[in-house]
Design a protein around this ligand. Structure first.
Ligand SMILES: Cc1cc2nc3c(=O)[nH]c(=O)nc-3n(C[C@H](O)[C@H](O)[C@H](O)COP(=O)(O)O)c2cc1C
Length: 249
């Protein structure tokens, strides 16, 4: 899978219009792909199911929803973000439109002792409905999210998707280390309650880490990753979640 290429093509289909129909073999392909995804933490049990969108509260015109279930231990939200972004990018490669749908609910909020975490709604879309110029997408200025040498990575990874486009990441590049933090500005209040913001932003950080690694690999860096537990205290503006010590190949 050329994940890097799909970063430029993917986008959120907030409403699916003029959809095509996903065939059984496309669904089988997706199921096969799901079996190959790499977790951040293999010790956390997860399950991924595909159900008709009509079985969920998501009403965006998608044909199916991909449901993510997990053991709720450790950094399970970050783990789901990391896994889910691999799927998001795969879907773009197959001309399957996707929408991470944080507010979605469903009847079976548990399976096999695992809790429902989040869903992605999907529908087959014509190729020309995907992103044509990623650089036109609304994002924070680079200087707000990255300090130090950009490595050709910052310019691309900043387009990672996030809940309500919050982009809760900050990276400091110093001495061959990328220090990746979850950032929550003091006092800034959006439309979501604080605990919900934290919940989604932890998923966002997993998404970001997957895209960051994809970009580092594309730019021929090797790296050693160290993950840190994410504190949930809002009295801290910046929480270190990962460190990447990199070198050129
Ligand atoms: C964890 C997560 C949850 C999201 N939840 C919703 C949602 O409930 N409703 C919605 O319309 N979009 C949702 N989105 C989509 C974001 O609004 C979208 O990714 C962001 O605005 C950036 O746009 P882009 O994905 O087109 O690049 C979610 C995205 C993420 C990553």
């Amino acid at each position: 899978m050329d994940y890097y290429k799909q970063i430029f093509k993917r986008k959120s289909f907030h409403i699916f219009k003029n959809t095509d129909t996903l065939t059984d073999s496309e669904i089988q392909g997706l199921k096969d792909f799901i079996k190959t995804v790499k977790p951040l933490n293999p010790e956390i049990k997860t399950e991924i199911c595909i159900v008709p969108e009509s079985e969920t509260t998501c009403k965006r015109g998608g044909q199916y929803c991909i449901l993510f279930y997990s053991e709720t231990k450790g950094e399970y939200l970050r783990n789901i973000g990391y896994i889910g972004e691999q799927i998001d990018l795969y879907l773009a490669s197959q001309n399957i439109g996707a929408l991470w749908f944080g507010i979605g609910k469903l009847q079976n909020m548990q399976i096999n002792g695992l809790d429902f975490v989040i869903m992605i709604s999907i529908a087959k879309m014509p190729e020309d409905k995907f992103r044509k110029d990623m650089f036109q997408s609304k994002r924070k200025p680079l200087s707000e999210i990255w300090s130090g040498d950009t490595l050709g990575v910052a310019e691309i990874v900043r387009f990672a998707p996030s809940a309500c486009n919050t982009q809760p990441w900050i990276v400091e590049n110093a001495g061959n280390n990328l220090m990746v933090c979850r950032f929550k500005k003091f006092g800034k209040r959006g439309i979501m309650p604080a605990d919900k913001v934290r919940y989604y932003n932890k998923i966002d950080m997993g998404i970001f880490l997957f895209m960051l690694e994809t970009c580092l690999e594309y730019e021929n860096y090797t790296y050693e990753r160290t993950l840190f537990a994410d504190t949930t205290d809002d009295s801290i503006e910046q929480t270190l979640v990962a460190k990447y010590t990199y070198s050129s190949k």
